[in-house]
Write a protein that binds this ligand. Structure first.
Ligand SMILES: [Zn+2]
Length: 102
């Protein structure tokens, strides 16, 4: 369950956890990964998250009739915001308002 909620005081904080070691990942330390067939087609729609230091070990422990693809985790929020049609300024204001309720 790599996308999790951690409770800090009264704040519910969404975090991403490494599928290999189980520790929280900061954006610059991580990858998101997915499996593709030998023809390069997505094997399924599952996304995995790993620290860059855990990437090779995770792939070695999860070998199969597929290849692994990976991209930098810090790019993922931008891709998701674009694909979800997020109005970033409006979302930022909303998040700040919710955080102010503390
Ligand atoms: Zn890890």
């Amino acid at each position: 369950m790599p996308l999790c909620i951690r409770i800090e005081g009264r704040v519910a904080k969404p975090v991403i956890v490494c599928d290999h070691c189980g520790e929280e990942i900061s954006a610059r330390q991580g990858n998101y990964q997915w499996r593709v067939t030998s023809q390069g087609e997505p094997l399924d729609q599952v996304v995995f998250y790993t620290h860059k230091r855990c990437c090779r070990a995770f792939e070695a422990n999860n070998r199969g009739d597929h290849r692994w693809c990976a991209n930098d985790l810090d790019c993922l929020p931008l891709y998701l915001a674009n694909n979800l049609g997020v109005d970033t300024e409006s979302a930022k204001q909303k998040a700040e308002m919710i955080a102010s309720f503390g």
